[in-house]
Design a protein. Structure first.
Length: 510
């Protein structure tokens, strides 16, 4: 067992990890890096050098391996919770797509080129290829439960169009106090779209004084509003605090009360282990530009549980009767009748959700592709899909358990070093309030890679930003006083974490 696996095993078992006494020494960080079982994956990325990250005009990219080896020369990039770094395979796949288009034009839709010469199938099959690559990352039973389409907020709206069907009695949505603004806008506009009032139809889970939302409080809120709630929509990981919710327990409880359950996994996918099928989640949505590294604004993902993906001949429903459409019963969402001939979950439809067997016959009647892919609308951008498939090729070289092991160790290491700053501050002035607190849960089972640092004094943020700029550290800041520190196991190192914390220490203690 390597040191990292040992640390991760302890953390998974709820024990304190054992870092060496000299944990804050470069030698120890280098020792951990040398034993990192996924160290080689860093070579899959273009790590910007310090010179590159400050460019004002476009210049050549260095060889990735050189950039990786030249430790003092690369920027300290800790922003994978916002935009992941570029995998080399993205360029390779996108160039292949452009070359295909240049070579065979419209034939690229259906004609796959020799796989010895391209990583891409025919454009027609690329969404399915991406679904296959994403399925293990979210714990889908098969690729049929996953689709690559649109962008996150669009998918959230599409999923709510299908799964949020309020009635006079069941109309509430349970969300949390501080969703990412786009989620808030989507939730509120959906409620208003149905002619309902946000004040009475939106229930917001409130955190405690540490900005923490306990599973017990979520379950209690579900119990309180169960009879009137149509949908529960939460983030797998809360973007601001970094809290990872107990997706399994919360989903099971809400579903047992007849509530439809959706998750926004923007900050969870590619970050923590997910088992959406086994956890019985109704639907989920995510973006692919954070931990999946597919590029800014890249095509997004969605999960639809297989029970909602069925497409059956209408005659198989009981005596041809239309099943109930209210959400008062547990099973009424499973199959609904909307069109002549077929029974399926209602949705907003477009031709790319149509079954391949009829998609190009230009049939007037919509017949969806079974599964999540039947929720597509448009002909997807092949460049987008090439970029996503290239990014996901990195995940083909590892698995979420191994990555999470490193992530657990890397984030616990960052936390240990940050705690060292707090201890030093205390030893300088025992009476002073701590200069910051980490608002992300200390329990590793309740967080992903990210640690959110809430500075006591908002003025420190400007000084910190200047020092980080100076040291070519790229890290996300949320005004007025939060810094989000997200060590990404695919490309961040223990040595990098130590360097970043040294800069934080200098600014915070000065
Ligand atoms: C939790 C969450 N939801 C929604 C969004 C919005 O995503 P998009 O602009 O891709 O729709 C983001 C973007 O960072 C996010 O973090």
């Amino acid at each position: 067992m390597t040191a990292i696996t040992e640390i991760a095993t302890a953390l998974r078992a709820g024990q304190k990890p054992k870092f060496a006494d000299h944990a804050d020494s470069p030698a120890y960080a280098a020792e951990l890096d040398a034993k990192d079982p996924v160290r080689h994956l860093r070579n899959e990325f273009i790590i910007p050098t310090r010179q590159m990250i400050n460019r004002k005009s476009l210049g050549p990219l260095p060889s990735t391996v050189d950039a990786q080896d030249a430790q003092p020369e690369h920027a300290l990039y800790f922003c994978g919770n916002s935009l992941g770094l570029q995998p080399t395979t993205v360029g390779e796949y996108v160039r292949a797509q452009l070359a295909t288009w240049a070579s065979i034009g419209v034939k690229g839709h259906f004609n796959a080129l020799d796989p010895a010469t391209t990583p891409l199938p025919a454009w027609q099959d690329m969404a399915a290829q991406c679904a296959k690559q994403m399925a293990p990352l979210v714990g889908a039973a098969s690729a049929d439960e996953v689709v690559a389409m649109n962008t996150l907020t669009v998918n959230l709206h599409l999923m709510m169009a299908s799964f949020y069907r309020p009635t006079a009695t069941r109309h509430k949505i349970i969300a949390e106090w501080k969703p990412f603004p786009s989620d808030s806008y989507a939730l509120e506009s959906q409620i208003q779209w149905h002619g309902l009032d946000v004040a009475t139809s939106l229930i917001e889970l409130q955190p405690d004084e540490n900005l923490y939302i306990s599973t017990e409080s979520v379950l209690a809120t579900i119990d309180e509003h169960a009879a009137e709630t149509a949908l529960l929509l939460l983030p797998g990981i809360q973007y601001y605090t970094g809290q990872l919710f107990d997706v399994q327990r919360i989903t099971a409880h809400a579903r047992s009360k007849g509530i439809v359950v959706g998750w926004d996994l923007a900050h969870a996918v590619g970050n923590v282990e997910l088992q959406l099928h086994d956890w019985d989640v109704d639907f989920a949505v995510w973006c692919t530009y954070k931990y999946l590294n597919a590029g800014p604004g890249s095509i997004a993902g969605a999960f639809v549980h297989q029970r909602h993906g069925k497409v059956e001949p209408k005659s198989t429903t009981a005596n041809g009767k239309t099943p109930p459409q209210s959400q008062d019963g547990k099973d009424d969402l499973d199959v609904d009748v909307r069109h002549a001939g077929f029974a399926y979950q209602p949705r907003l439809s477009g031709w790319y959700g149509g079954d391949l067997s009829v998609r190009f016959t230009m049939a007037k009647t919509f017949q969806p592709t079974p599964g999540a892919q039947g929720f597509q609308l448009s002909n997807p951008s092949a460049i987008d899909l090439a970029s996503l498939s290239g990014a996901l090729a990195v995940y083909d070289k590892t698995d979420m358990h191994t990555l999470r092991n490193k992530s657990l160790a890397l984030t616990a290491y960052a936390e240990k070093l940050l705690d060292g700053i707090l201890q030093d501050a205390l030893s300088h002035d025992a009476a002073a309030a701590p200069p910051f607190r980490i608002i992300t849960p200390a329990n590793p089972a309740e967080r992903g890679a990210q640690l959110s640092i809430l500075l006591r004094d908002g003025n420190v943020l400007a000084a910190l930003a200047a020092a980080m700029d100076e040291a070519d550290i790229v890290m996300d800041q949320r005004k007025p006083n939060v810094v989000r520190f997200a060590p990404v196991p695919l490309y961040n190192t223990f040595a990098d974490v130590l360097k970043v914390v040294s800069v934080l220490r200098r600014v915070i203690l000065s």
